[in-house]
Design a protein around this ligand. Sequence first.
Ligand code: PLP
Length: 430
Amino acid sequence: MNLFPISAQINSRGHLEIGGCDATALARAFGTPLYIYDDAHLRARARALHNAFATRWRDALVLYATKAYYSPYLARIFKDAGLGIDVTSEGELEIARRVGLAPEKIYLHGNNKTPAEIRAALALGVAHIIVDNLDEIDLLAQIADELDARPQVLLRLAPAIDPHTHRYLATGVAESKFGLPMLTGAAITAARRVMQHSRLLLVGLHVHIGSQIFDLDPYRDALRAVCDFAAELRDAVGFDLRELDLGGGWGVAYTADQTTLDIETVAETITREITNYQLPITKLLFEPGRALVAQSAIALYTVGSIKEISGVRTYVAVDGGMGDNIRPALYGARYSARVANRMNDAPAQRVAIAGRFCEQGDVLIENVDLPRVQVGDLIAIPDAGAYQIPMASNYNLIPRPAVIAVRAGDARIIRRRETIEDMLRCESDF
Ligand SMILES: *Cc1c(COP(=O)(O)O)cnc(C)c1O
């Protein structure tokens, strides 16, 4: 059960139980596909991440990467745990505003920030802007002038580091669309340009090398690259590195052969190694997304058909798929699964879990060993908390699933199931 949320267990009926609720009862009450967040798991994880850094560095701030999944429910939990956030859109900013998150804890990201987004952030009092490219510097200065704001700028660097992850998840390599390449001199040009604007205050450097990284070495390399660059900037333009943002990307186990990167080890290693560099860093920032939420939720589906192609494979088709989880189709993400109403039955067959969407690539899991499955059984997929609901679509005009939170036998809807009316409300005739 170690890929499941902390409150998950097998009850006396041999069913999956989460937050004190029987999964079969949740499926009956709320329907499937259903996303179930374990409230206790989320709170414990948020606290653990906050403490891992707060106990080791005086001014450390964990910024939750909201793109992993943000909602008012999650926003309140993370705010209570003392976390800040990364945002990349007015939508994410609006949730933060509604829960009253302090603007000092909000950092604006994006590789193509719109004037409206920059304006909305500055108007809300968000001062920290992470600059991704040369073009946005003048735009930022101009809007800051308009609003009489004084943005505090961090430069996002592309340090040419290979994090040994999927190509689509590597964001710090030299050819990345993100950040200012260090090799071409763009990063130093950006620093000069920011310092020329009296409205802008250059306070720090940022690096985010990618996602699903299980090894600490790429982080050490990134730290060295950023610190060396900071020393170069100090000599060239008299810049003092005060805020250092080392991004996120900490790997999470989705299958039994993987091991989640231990946060205490990350915190210990990074805070120890930083002292090797003689830099005036005061504030240390981290931006985990997946590591905070992935394991806190499961996706629950109902089996609708089983197709045995003799000598080839058996497809177990469920009532969700790429519409609520695009990750397997987008970059070959792997998952595991259990039959939620037969948790004590031994594996008896190797199957593929197929989605219901009209794409051959809509297969959630290529190979998984399950007990004998029947139509009507419930498939539970753990590690469903990150990059699933926020990437969901209405492909095939299928409404997006409901999301619930469970705690101590209580279950609440935190995002109601979409209706056909919801999907059609933006349409009009000519
Ligand atoms: C996506 C992203 C993160 C979070 O990545 P995870 O793999 O979810 O931890 C952090 N920082 C930036 C800039 C990102 O784009």
